[in-house]
Design a protein around this ligand. Structure first.
Ligand SMILES: Nc1nc2c(ncn2[C@@H]2O[C@H](COP(=O)(O)OP(=O)(O)OP(=O)(O)O)[C@@H](O)[C@H]2O)c(=O)[nH]1
Ligand SMILES: [Mg+2]
Length: 307
């Protein structure tokens, strides 16, 4: 506590901004949020549409606090649950002081990227262009992409980064800090995310499902933390994994329980590391048809059910 009072600047000196991170699925938005905050606040996987809702990472430097709003990759949504995600992403963008538009340089202007560009234009929103994954292609191949994107008059600045290795991320961070507005901090100086522990722990397990299950399967699962007990021997966490159909259950459980064991083991290890104490994790797999249409699921994530 004493440390916090020394770190939090005088109210008159505080600077504060929301920064929305937009971009096509898989562009590296969550990786960037983690790199900027220097912590794991948002889960990352090689599969597109990993982030399901708004996740906030909080960054403090000197007098400035930035809230980085990671959003789901925006795409033409057909499922209601997905439409709720898209709506949530755009409302964050509307309310933000600054916006980053993240592009995977290897993929360039995909259909999804183009639809975000169109929406930015329609909403008359300016953004900072962040060309990501520059570790994957030769620098001279970037020039046509930079030129084409900047023709649109939407961007105030361009950064070329690798969110994964951290290349040029410090420059981007400095720029954001310098352009923050005057205003009161919204969070204590030592807080790195506004996601409650129970949701965060469920996200870690969901990341392991994304890593271990094949193809479309991860999109049909949801994870909820049902019990959280802090004991002297560590934290006891109970979670339920919901699958949409009976036939999917054996795939998640695996032969003789091998898959669920593997997923539980890697989630437990990471949670122990991140929470800095022993974790005992208990996973149950349940069938719940249409979990994606369950109002409770929307409420848990702050999504609008009546979209
Ligand atoms: N080589 C390379 N890979 C990266 C970089 N940034 C992210 N990735 C990888 O790209 C994949 C997608 O990264 P995410 O951060 O999950 O992407 P996202 O934009 O949050 O994706 P959604 O949540 O699905 O919208 C992961 O496998 C990352 O490890 C980078 O700078 N270089
Ligand atoms: Mg993401």
């Amino acid at each position: 506590m004493t440390e916090e009072t020394t770190l939090t600047p005088d109210i008159n000196q505080q600077r504060f901004s929301f920064v929305a991170i937009l971009g096509a699925p898989n562009a590296g938005k969550s990786t960037l949020v983690n790199q900027l905050t220097g912590a794991k606040v948002s889960i990352v996987s090689p599969k597109a549409q990993t982030t399901r809702s708004r996740i906030r990472g909080i960054l403090v430097q000197d007098d400035t606090q930035l809230v980085l709003v990671d959003t789901p990759g925006i795409f033409k949504a057909s499922r209601k649950f997905d439409r709720a995600m898209v709506a949530s992403a755009w409302s964050e963008s509307d309310e933000s002081d600054m916006r980053l538009f993240v592009v995977d340089v290897q993929k360039g202007i995909t259909r999804e990227a183009a639809s975000i560009l169109a929406a930015l234009k329609k909403n008359k929103q300016k953004a900072i262009l962040v060309l990501n994954k520059i570790d994957l292609i030769a620098k001279d191949r970037l020039l046509p992409l930079i030129a084409e994107l900047n023709m649109r008059g939407l961007f105030t600045e361009t950064f070329l980064i690798s969110a994964q290795s951290g290349e040029n991320v410090a420059e981007l961070k400095d720029y954001l800090i310098q352009h923050a507005s005057k205003g009161m901090w919204m969070f204590p100086s030592d807080q790195i995310t506004d996601l409650p522990n129970r949701l965060f722990a469920a996200e870690i397990t969901r990341e392991k499902l994304f890593m271990n299950l094949q193809q479309e399967l991860p999109y049909t699962v949801a994870v909820t933390t049902t019990n959280w007990e802090e004991k002297e021997s560590g934290i006891r966490i109970e979670q339920t994994i919901f699958v949409e159909r009976e036939s999917l259950k054996p795939i998640v459980v695996g032969k003789n329980g091998s898959m669920i064991k593997k997923i539980g083991e890697s989630a437990r290890k990471e949670l122990s590391y991140l929470l800095e104490q022993p974790v005992h994790l208990f996973l149950t797999v349940r069938v719940k048809e249409n979990w994606a249409n369950d109002p409770a699921r929307y409420a848990e994530w702050g999504l609008d059910y009546n979209i």
